[in-house]
Design a protein around this ligand. Structure first.
Ligand code: ADP
Ligand code: MG
Length: 260
C-alpha cells in the first residue's frame, strides 16, 4: 500500500504551551487508522492540523505527495472530509441542506443547485442510511442520526480521507456499533482512508489496521492494534493498568472491566 499521508516531525504550540512535539507517522492509502490517547493528549489538535483548521505548525505534513500548506483550498475541501469532535448544530437547516453545504467549494454563485450536485447529496444520504431524514431539521435528530448526517456531509465530495474526531462519543452501544460499521463500509466500498480518534480500544483492536497513540503531545506507540493490547503499552499511554482477556475467536487481547 502507498502512503497517503506522511507526517514528519510535526510540532505545534500555542504561546509557550507545546500541544504536539515531533510527531511522525504515515498513513497507508485505504487503511483504517486510529488515533488514541488520554484526554488532552493532542489528538484533536492533530486532526485539526490535517484538516487545515489549524495552521502555523512546524515540520511537514505531506498529503498525496504535496506539503499540506501548498494544497489549494478548493482541492483540500474536496479531498479531505472532516467530522469535528462535539459538533453542535445551532442553525435551522434540514439534513439535505446541511449535506449540500458540504459541497460549498463546488457551488458557484449561480444557484440553483445542479442535478449532479443533488445526486451527490442523495448518494451521501443513501450511503449513510439517512435518506429518510432528508427533510428533518438537524436539531431534531438523535445522536446516532446526527453523527450519520455529519458523516454524509463530510463524504459528499467523495474525499480521499475522512477524518473523524471521536465519532462514537455519547452514543449507546448499538449506535456506536452502527457508526463503526458505517466507517468500515465507507472504507471497503469507496476505498476512502479513514482516520478516527477513538477511546474504544476494543473496537480499534478488532477493526483498525494501524494505531497511533499520543500522550502529552508525543507519540508513545504506533503499530498494529494487536501490539497495542499489552499491559505495558497501555500503561505507557494511559498511566493505568487494565485487565486483558484473549478474544474467544481472535488471536489478540481485549480490555475487560477491571474487577477489584
Ligand atoms: P485531545 O483531543 O487529545 O483531548 P486536544 O488536542 O483537544 O486534546 O488538546 C491538547 C491540549 O492542548 C490540551 O491540554 C488542551 O487544553 C490544549 N489546548 C487545545 N486548544 C488550545 C488553545 N486554543 N489554547 C490553549 N490550549 C489549548
Ligand atoms: Mg479531542
Amino acid at each position: 500500500m502507498s502512503e497517503l499521508l506522511q507526517v514528519r516531525d510535526l510540532s505545534y504550540s500555542i504561546g509557550s504551551k507545546s500541544l504536539l512535539t515531533q510527531v511522525s507517522f504515515a498513513v497507508d492509502k485505504g487503511s483504517y487508522f486510529s488515533i488514541v490517547g488520554p484526554n488532552g493528549a493532542g489528538k484533536s489538535t492533530l486532526l485539526k492540523i490535517i484538516a487545515r483548521v489549524l495552521s502555523g505548525y512546524q515540520g511537514q505534513v505531506m498529503f498525496e505527495g504535496s506539503e499540506l500548506r501548498s494544497v489549494a483550498n478548493r482541492v483540500l475541501a474536496q479531498r479531505i472530509g472532516y467530522v469535528p469532535q462535539l459538533f453542535t448544530i445551532e442553525f435551522p437547516h434540514s439534513v439535505q441542506e446541511f449535506v449540500l453545504m458540504g459541497l460549498y467549494s463546488q457551488l458557484g454563485r449561480f444557484y440553483p443547485v445542479t442535478g449532479e450536485q443533488r445526486q451527490k447529496v442523495q448518494a451521501a444520504l443513501a450511503l449513510t442510511g439517512t435518506s429518510d431524514l432528508a427533510e428533518r431539521r438537524l436539531s431534531t435528530l438523535s445522536g446516532g442520526e446526527r453523527q450519520r448526517v455529519l458523516i454524509a456531509g463530510a463524504l459528499v465530495h467523495n474525499p480521499h480521507i475522512l477524518l473523524l474526531d471521536e465519532p462514537t462519543a455519547f452514543l449507546d452501544p448499538k449506535h456506536e456499533f452502527e457508526v463503526e460499521a458505517l466507517l468500515r463500509e465507507i472504507r471497503a466500498k469507496l476505498g476512502i482512508t479513514v482516520i478516527a480518534v477513538t477511546h474504544n480500544l476494543n473496537h480499534c483492536a478488532l477493526y483498525c489496521d494501524q494505531v497511533l497513540a499520543l500522550r502529552a503531545g508525543k507519540v508513545v506507540f504506533q503499530g498494529a492494534p494487536r501490539d497495542l493490547m499489552q499491559n505495558h503499552v497501555l500503561f505507557d499511554i494511559f498511566d493505568h493498568r487494565f485487565d486483558l482477556l484473549l478474544h474467544p475467536r481472535k488471536d489478540f487481547y481485549m480490555i475487560v472491566p477491571r474487577a477489584e
